[in-house]
Design a protein around this ligand. Structure first.
Ligand SMILES: *Cc1c(COP(=O)(O)O)cnc(C)c1O
Length: 383
């Protein structure tokens, strides 16, 4: 553990396991037919894992397309030299159109105003603007209502400056593919796509599956699937665990920056929500706090790993630091820590593991948010 290469400026870091990322991508490819494409979702800095580095790894491992949430995220990938198609998963403001054309980034489209402005700009630039049409099938978030797609396409299809590269929807309830709600969304999508095809409209790449739908329902893979969380080695729901084996890509560690033995009754951290008990404890300071993604709601409730064992975090988690207590009991003796010792916040240490899922449960959220948050400020070490 002490051989880990640590960033110079601060003793806390996120480790990104490129090999795990590659293996996870291959596991998803194994679920697809050869002609079916894999769109890797790298929005929000690849769920906190670092979009540029992850996109490079994923592209060399066989990613067919990248999906992002914002224009800036797309531009960053292009400026880093990523050549694969890039799709923005919602319709950006019209003011972003020149940048989309310049950088060859595909928007999602669902308003006539945007589609026509996009076409005008493309014609002026002497090119054709590719886009993906979003169909609203029940998430009630974005897209053209499933019953209105044919009319929508008739209204924009005359324009020679735009070309439909794909048609997609996004499920609201993909964790429950046996449920009525999921089946209804599938049916609406299928009927909308069929209506377009029957009218002679070229839909391009048809896609609807996120990670859970990709894993749980092969019948909706269509031409491409959009996988996010699973690439990072996390399961979107318990029912998906038996489908393929995934390896977590992110781990989070920190080194002890100070040790002390405050007297019994002394308080620790802001507000003294923890006081040193009758038995002696060693208080160890770690340089990681809520501005690094370690939510303050975990204060006095979480554990970290030290020498393969669980030790308690104590006192309120600060913005940039937190404290843990190493406490001896008559039945459990654990060596005290030294300045520079490594502790694991997310990841494995020996036989012990703290997963993003465990932390998500404690926080009352999902693993997606846990990993996104650790991407905020910590240095990333790519392995
Ligand atoms: C974020 C997102 C995805 C990826 O979802 P995962 O559950 O992480 O696989 C796919 N499609 C759309 C439209 C999204 O917004």
């Amino acid at each position: 553990m002490s051989q880990v290469k640590v960033p110079e400026g601060r003793w806390s870091w996120v480790k990104i396991d490129r090999g795990a990322l590659r293996r996870n991508l291959r596991a998803y490819k194994s679920l697809l037919a050869p002609r079916q494409k894999l769109c890797c979702v790298v929005k929000a800095d690849a769920y906190g894992h670092g979009a540029i580095e992850c996109a490079r790894v994923l592209h060399s491992a066989g990613a067919d397309m990248f999906a992002v949430a914002t224009v800036r995220e797309g531009v960053e990938l292009r400026e880093a030299g990523i050549q694969a198609p890039i799709l923005i998963l919602s319709e950006p403001p019209i003011t972003a159109i020149p940048q989309l054309i310049e950088k060859n980034i595909m928007p999602t489209v669902y308003t006539i105003e945007f589609a026509l402005a996009y076409g005008e700009c493309a014609v002026r630039a002497g090119t054709v603007g590719k886009y993906h049409l979003a169909i609203e099938t029940g998430m009630n978030r974005i897209g053209v209502h499933y019953a209105d797609v044919l009319e929508f396409c008739r209204n924009i299809n005359f324009h020679r400056g735009i070309q439909c590269d794909g048609v997609f929807t996004h499920f609201a309830t993909a964790e429950d593919v046996a449920g009525w709600d999921y089946k209804l969304q599938c049916k609406r999508f299928e009927e909308a796509v069929r209506a377009l095809e029957d009218a002679g409209f070229d839909c391009g790449t048809v896609h609807c599956d996120n990670t859970p739908a990709t894993m749980l329902d092969p019948s909706t893979h269509y031409d491409m699937v959009r996988v996010g969380i699973g690439l990072y080695g996390l399961y979107p729901c318990d029912s998906s665990r038996s489908v393929i084996k995934l390896d977590p890509v992110m781990s989070v560690r920190a080194r002890v920056t100070r040790t002390a033995h405050p007297a019994m009754g002394e308080g620790v951290s802001y507000g003294y929500t923890y006081r040193v008990p009758r038995t002696a404890v060693q208080i160890c300071t770690l340089p990681i706090g809520y501005a690094d993604g370690l939510s303050r709601t975990l204060s006095n409730r979480m554990e970290v790993l030290y020498r393969g064992e669980r030790v308690r975090q104590v006192g309120n988690i600060c913005m940039d630091q937190c404290m843990v207590a190493i406490q001896q009991t008559p039945i459990h003796q654990i060596p005290e820590a030294e300045y520079g010792d490594v502790m694991t916040i997310i990841g494995r240490d020996g036989d012990a593991e703290i997963s993003a899922d465990e932390m998500a449960r404690l926080r009352g959220t999902i693993n997606y948010e846990v990993v996104c948050d650790f991407g905020m400020r910590l240095d990333k070490v790519y392995l």
